[in-house]
Design a binder for this molecule. Structure first.
Ligand code: IFM
Length: 452
């Protein structure tokens, strides 16, 4: 059974997404410096079976054939990220070869009429900055603005959309608090300071972009986890509100309203002490006007109050027949609810873009084919939820599927496959999965239905 295609309004953008460290490889080529993910993945015990991004999908050498494949599939937009240590391999030392590489990539995209959206930070912080505290150190904000300004100047003519940061929640809480991602720290004061500095660097980079008078658009991508209370009991409702504050509101509220959620502040201060890392003027800078908000949505969490659990919150196990290979519940209704909530509570008329949505499943390559019906179902269900929001007047203008091809899934290494294209890591062969064919047909259906 394969799914019918879904009609979207004219002008809606369909794309796919990747990130530098997850696909490029060539970590010691082109003058690139060390990133925190090189250090982390080479530290025993941090990544599944010791996998690293050293080779990844070898996209650094194969970008032309990858982009050509995107073109053959008819994909009109592509979200990629730039590796900061390719541009500034050492503090204050600019590397022209890094820019030249991305210029070649962007020119190839334009040659094939694929519109790029470029993320400046998708987690590969230069290790020399981490050696001085990384995002927990306020000085990193200025280094980010220096890097962003250089990229705007060098590549701005080829980039219609910039995204300052991908998923600040992951780059701060998951990395400095929970320790699952580089640099693998377990210090919540560092984590909250890191979150603040990432948001501040976003605001200041937006300001630098505006000052440069560029023609394109700029925004940020946040990851959202819809949160439901396990019951209507007051304790569960309270904990679900905290969980929502922790996953979502702590990030979207400063970006759109210039304040941290008031109900969360006493709770956070009880954990980490006063938020003394916030300086006068920071919140105004963070709330710099953006052209769009990028929304990454994969799953929801159901939470219950449990005094015996850490912080008194327990996440319920999702139903086993409704999860992806990541163990994440498949819940497309919550994408619809999330988009509505964002628009009503925070973003109003601001353009929303789904900058990531997709699923890992256990793919099997059999006789040169991958029959991934579950991924088709997942994508179609989420597109239907997105379409419902648009039909009701919601300002959603694009959808970038994660991911174009299988790649290095951070702490899970190569064990989780999210791609529309299967990557054989032994041979570096690319094999279009059934979902890739379906998505390609969805895009041509979209093109032809616009002209009807
Ligand atoms: O692979 C990641 C991506 O780098 C950021 N968002 C979530 C994806 C799937 O986990």
């Amino acid at each position: 059974m394969t799914r019918d295609h879904i009609a979207f309004p004219a002008g809606f953008v369909f794309g796919t997404a990747t990130a530098a460290y997850q696909i490029e490889g060539a970590v010691n080529e082109g003058g690139r410096g060390e990133s925190i993910w090189d250090r982390f993945s080479h530290t025993p015990g941090k990544v599944f079976e010791g996998h690293t991004g050293d080779v990844a999908c070898d996209h650094y050498h194969r970008y032309e054939e990858d982009i050509k494949l995107m073109h053959e599939l008819g994909i009109p937009a592509y979200r990629l990220s730039i590796s900061w240590p390719r541009i500034f391999p050492e503090r204050g030392k600019f590397n022209q070869a890094g820019i030249d590489f991305y210029r070649r990539v962007l020119e190839t995209l334009h040659k094939y009429e694929i519109e790029p959206a470029v993320t400046l930070y998708h987690w590969d912080l230069p290790q020399y900055l981490q050696d001085e505290g990384g995002w927990a150190n306020r000085a990193t904000v200025d280094y980010f603005v220096e890097y962003a300004t250089k990229v705007f100047r060098e590549l701005g003519d080829l980039v219609p959309k910039f995204i300052t940061h991908n998923e600040p929640w992951c780059a701060s809480f998951l990395s400095y608090g929970l320790g699952h991602h580089a640099p693998g720290h377990h210090d919540w004061r560092e984590a909250y300071a890191a979150a603040h500095h990432i948001l501040l660097s976003h605001g200041k980079a937006v300001e630098a972009y505006r000052a440069g008078g560029y023609q394109g658009e700029i925004g940020i991508t946040l990851n959202f986890t819809w949160v439901d209370a396990a019951s209507h009991r007051a304790e569960d409702e309270t904990m679900s509100r905290y969980a929502d504050g922790f996953f979502n509101r702590w990030f979207v509220e400063p970006i759109t309203q210039g304040r941290y959620p008031a109900d969360m502040i006493p709770f956070v201060e009880s954990q980490i002490g006063k938020l003394s890392y916030i300086c006068p003027g920071d919140l105004d800078a963070i709330a710099a006007k953006v052209d769009f908000l990028g929304v990454n949505y994969y799953t929801r969490n159901v939470v219950a109050a449990d005094p015996s659990a850490p912080l008194g919150v327990r996440m319920l196990e999702p139903p086993a027949d409704r999860v992806t290979a990541m163990g994440w519940e498949i819940h497309p209704q919550s994408l619809y609810r999330l988009l509505n909530w964002l628009q009503t509570a925070y973003t109003g008329d601001l353009t929303l873009l789904i900058t990531e949505n997709g699923a890992a499943f256990q793919d099997h390559l059999v006789a040169g084919e991958v029959h991934d019906e579950e991924r088709i179902e997942y994508i179609a269900d989420h597109l239907e939820a997105a379409k419902r929001f648009i039909d009701e007047g919601g300002p959603l203008k694009g959808y970038y599927l994660w991911s174009f091809m299988d790649n290095f899934e951070w702490a899970f290494g190569y064990s989780k496959r999210f791609g529309l294209v299967y990557v054989d890591y032994e041979t570096q062969d690319r094999i279009v999965k059934d979902s890739g064919k379906w998505y390609s047909e969805q895009i041509s259906y979209h093109r032809s239905s616009q002209t009807r």
